[in-house]
Design a protein around this ligand. Structure first.
Ligand SMILES: NC(=O)c1ccc[n+]([C@@H]2O[C@H](COP(=O)([O-])OP(=O)(O)OC[C@H]3O[C@@H](n4cnc5c(N)ncnc54)[C@H](O)[C@@H]3O)[C@@H](O)[C@H]2O)c1
Length: 396
């Protein structure tokens, strides 16, 4: 297939679906040739910013059964991934599925089974694997700079947490199940990826400590009498997110905004993961401590620090890797600091060159499993939960 131009279809075109622009390469190896979305206006917009000649439909099943569509991107909300991906795989099409892979472990296993039964590859949208600081840490770890990793501490300060997660469907458990899946699955995957080990057991505490409340479910920020003083007001006009205006303090909000998790990985590594959605700043901070040293990133400074045991000065890092020079806008225009182009190219190469997926479905399943059981643990007051290993049919 390597001489042909891949023809991609996409389901769920607005919001994250705008990643289509990284897959659409008319002079390159792939084009986005079709799109399905329930919203007709989004489909019209898509033709404007991506491909005016694309086939469009409101029914994703019509898209996935077309002979002129070779592969599918599933970028719909979380609760739709499982059924839509299984349908695509049963139609024999390789799939890129956004994170989290599904809302249940059984759902993930069903998707993996469909992939294997239909010999159709499934890749998960963990674009963080292409973040520059993640690549830099991975390189140092793989080069043995910190020896064998024994501890991982991760802190995720989700500044703008209300804007991203509490003004629309993300704030409601029936849609999202847990922000440890919706948001945390990225971080858990990075932990698994860097350490080369999946989570074995987990315990967690958490709560809805700030958002939610007694405001009406249909209250929108532009109509709110408190809009001049509310710290979480969202008055930004966004084509991508026209519905992201509902009050962050409305009654239906039930998803935790403050989580503290402990993980033990299969190879004995002890890890902590903290996620808070009312932090004023937006950054992720990872540290990996090994037998020979420690690595830590600082996202605001765009730097990675390396300390080596028994060398140099304990008060100063032995090496500082400055990523700032080529980082660009890490949040938006360049597509998460260039990582969206990285993951799009990897998917195209996976399909056209027959390579193994760079972010395999097993990784998607194990990050959902770890996040899901952390969620169950926190709902039961911190009970320790064992993570079910990958099912035998994936051949591990
Ligand atoms: N990897 C990342 O960095 C990243 C970033 C943002 C979102 N995401 C993921 O992308 C997914 C979508 O999130 P979002 O924030 O863009 O959601 P969204 O609600 O803003 O957009 C979802 C799109 O799907 C469409 N849609 C809804 N139901 C549909 C259906 N039944 N058939 C066809 N289209 C349908 C909507 O009209 C909309 O265009 C989520 O799973 C989210 O976790 C990933």
């Amino acid at each position: 297939m390597s001489d042909t131009q891949l023809r991609i279809g996409i389901i769920g075109i607005n919001g994250r679906g705008r990643i289509s622009r990284f897959f659409h390469q008319p002079d390159g190896r792939a084009i986005v040739a079709g799109a399905a979305d329930l919203n007709q206006q989004f489909l019209e917009d898509f033709k404007g910013y991506c491909n005016p000649d694309a086939f469009t439909t409101n029914d994703y099943k019509e898209l996935i059964h077309r002979d002129d569509i070779d592969a599918i991107l599933v970028t719909t909300p979380d609760w739709l991934h499982e059924d839509q991906v299984v349908d695509c795989l049963n139609a024999g099409k390789p799939v890129y599925c956004e994170k989290p892979m599904a809302l249940t472990i059984d759902g993930c296993d069903r998707m993996m089974e469909a992939s294997i039964n239909n010999n159709a590859k499934l890749m998960i949208g963990f674009n963080m694997r292409y973040y520059k600081f993640v690549l830099a840490i991975k390189e140092l770890v793989d080069a043995g700079e910190i020896g064998d990793i024994k501890a991982v501490w991760i802190r995720h300060f989700v500044g703008m947490g209300s804007r991203y997660y509490y003004h629309d469907w993300h704030g409601v458990k029936r849609c999202t199940r847990s922000l440890l899946l919706q948001k945390g699955s990225h971080d858990i995957d990075v932990m698994h990826y860097i350490t080369g080990s999946y989570t074995k057991r987990v315990a967690a505490f958490g709560g809805l400590d700030h958002f939610g409340g007694d405001k009406p479910n249909d209250l929108k920020c532009p109509d709110c009498p408190d809009k001049a003083t509310c710290p979480d007001v969202n008055l930004v006009e966004e084509d991508k997110k026209p519905d992201r205006k509902y009050c962050a303090y409305r009654k239906e909000i039930d998803i935790e905004d403050n989580m503290v998790c402990m993980f033990e990985l299969e190879n004995g590594i002890k890890a902590t993961y903290n996620e808070c959605h009312f932090s004023p700043d937006y950054q992720r901070n990872f540290t990996f401590i090994g037998t020979k040293g420690r690595i830590e990133n600082n996202e605001l400074e765009n730097k990675v620090y390396l300390w080596k045991r028994g060398e140099g000065n304990a008060m100063k890092p032995d090496r500082v890797i400055d990523l700032a020079a080529d980082e660009g806008d890490r949040l938006a225009e360049t597509g998460h600091g260039g990582s969206d182009q990285g993951i799009a190219d990897a998917f195209i190469s996976m399909v056209l060159d027959g390579k193994e997926p760079p972010v395999p479905m097993q990784a998607g399943r194990m990050s959902v499993a770890a996040g899901m059981l952390a969620q169950e643990s926190l709902e039961q007051g911190g009970v320790v939960k064992e993570v079910p290993p990958l099912p035998h049919f994936v051949g591990v």
